[in-house]
Design a protein around this ligand. Structure first.
Ligand code: AMP
Ligand code: ZN
Length: 466
């Protein structure tokens, strides 16, 4: 079966291939850098990382653009409260965003762009919409007249029949089921940051930034545009209106939306006391890989209920994977190759791939790998797993980890890289062989100081990070 994704626009699972056959042009709505990202945001960004990695696994090249929203109502308020210029205020949270997403191992998009570096592009786009008769001005602000775009509502599948003509909204974020002419350019307000432009003094609305940057870097028709479900309406609906009303072409082929993360079955909110950033979880002693695993383990179109039990289970699952890899690497195995095991490995890989091809079904992909681990652990116990089967099993783990990326512990925690540890373990084995026990003990102590514990078994020495 070919690669398939659910498309919010058609409300169907559709076969996916990039328009030009090899490079996938993706745009994702990035963070609004007014604060640290919370684990809900990270869920959406992690699902986009899985998407990236799967497209690469399937041999495609990527041109992925992500914006940084570094001007909006909240940023302006918070920066004013902190007595800082907005650029200084947002720089701190932009850096924190990359630190946090680096910790959960998100690949960097090919291009990250800031809204404030693209004001000219936005002004030009608004000008084009004006020429096409889709805008009007009121008190120095410019609005998009949605009555001029009959397809409005096609993404959120809503008929805005009761729409009041000319009802305007200035705020970027609103969640009423009610379409209104939305603001493209906001007139300068006293004391607020503004730009001097042909449209007058003011600043862009939130929606226009994504249309302007997406089309600047990816062309008029994108392969994929992604974000959290809360962005379907109005943000993405407005992006479609702005882009298509200016170019007359379809803006996006596939719209992909990640369901929300809930905490202990409730909406995450500061007032409920169940609001977490990645930093909160790391401070409680959880590993970033466990957070990544938990966020990635539920298919992106299902709501994810975050619980601390779930986080602990994620850590245990990673333990199992790492122990299995260690066993594979260090066990002394009988010579030969079992055709049955080879076939079992091939089947596990096929199941893993089929699951991810099916709209990124991460839960099934994990299921396939864990079932394989269970079966082959039994075969290892029974002596049916032979030396010639090792490579295939390690290759499967490698494939798994090219998507899930949890096998390697964070390096900074322990200093030593896997390869360095392996080398020392080998040197110690040689020292023991030559009865140089002082050197062997030295190495054991040195590794222990670095948090690495050795376990001598009949099949050789295994090592483990504490
Ligand atoms: P923002 O910084 O508010 O623009 O949000 C960044 C991304 O996180 C967007 O794609 C949002 O849709 C997404 N997002 C916000 N809250 C949640 C949540 N609770 N669960 C999953 N994604 C979320
Ligand atoms: Zn956006």
């Amino acid at each position: 079966m070919p690669l398939r994704f659910y498309n919010t626009l058609s409300q169907k699972v559709e076969e996916f291939a990039p328009l030009d056959g090899h490079t996938v042009r993706v745009y994702t709505c990035g963070p609004t850098v007014w604060n640290f990202v919370h684990i809900g945001n990270l869920r959406t960004f992690t699902s986009q990382d899985i998407l990236r990695r799967w497209l690469q696994y399937r041999g495609y090249k990527l041109m992925h653009v992500m914006n940084i929203t570094d001007v909006d109502d909240r940023i302006i308020q918070q920066a004013a409260a902190a007595g800082q210029p907005i650029g200084e205020y947002t720089a701190r949270f932009t850096q924190a965003f990359f630190e946090d997403t680096g910790k959960v191992r998100l690949q960097q998009p090919e291009l990250v762009c800031k809204a404030t570096d693209h004001i000219d592009d936005m002004v030009r786009l608004i000008g084009q919409l004006g020429e096409n008769g889709c805008t009007y001005e009121s008190d120095g602000s410019v609005y998009f007249r949605i009555a001029k775009f009959p397809a409005y509502g096609k993404l959120s599948h809503t008929h805005f029949a009761g729409m009041k003509a000319g009802a305007r909204v200035d705020s970027d974020r609103y969640d009423k089921d009610d379409a209104r002419d939305f603001v493209l350019w906001k007139a300068k307000k006293e004391g607020e940051h503004y730009w001097d432009t042909p449209l007058g003094q003011g600043r862009p609305g939130w929606h226009i930034e994504c249309s302007a940057m997406a089309m600047r870097y990816l062309g008029e028709t994108l392969d994929i545009h992604a974000g959290g479900v809360d962005l379907v309406f109005p943000h993405h609906e407005n992006e479609i209106a702005q882009s298509e009303a200016s170019t007359g072409k379809p803006f996006v082929r596939f719209w992909m939306h990640t369901e929300h993360l809930m905490v202990e079955s409730q909406t995450m909110s500061k007032s409920l006391g169940n609001f977490y950033t990645l930093r909160d979880l790391l401070e409680k002693g959880y590993a970033p890989e466990a957070v990544r695993y938990l966020l990635a383990s539920v298919p992106y179109r299902k709501q994810l209920n975050f619980t601390f039990d779930g986080l602990r289970s994620a850590a245990t699952a990673i333990e199992r994977l790492r122990n299995y890899e260690l066993r594979l690497k260090t066990s002394k195995l009988p010579e030969g190759m079992s055709a049955g095991i080879q076939e079992r490995t091939r089947k596990a890989q096929a199941q893993f791939e089929a699951a991810l091809d099916d709209d990124l079904n991460t839960a099934e992909a994990l299921g396939a790998v864990f079932e394989y681990i269970r079966d082959t652990n039994t075969a290892l116990d029974g002596g049916e797993f032979l030396a010639g089967n090792r490579e295939g099993a390690l290759d499967l783990l490698e494939r798994f980890d090219s998507i899930f990326d949890v096998l390697r512990p964070a390096v900074s925690e322990h200093g030593l890289q896997d390869g360095e540890i392996e080398a020392l373990v080998e040197e110690r084995a040689q020292a023991k062989k030559t009865r140089n026990f002082a050197r062997a003990d030295d190495i054991r102590r040195k590794l222990l100081d670095q948090g690495v514990v050795l376990e001598d078994t009949r099949e050789g020495t295994r090592w483990k990070r504490k």
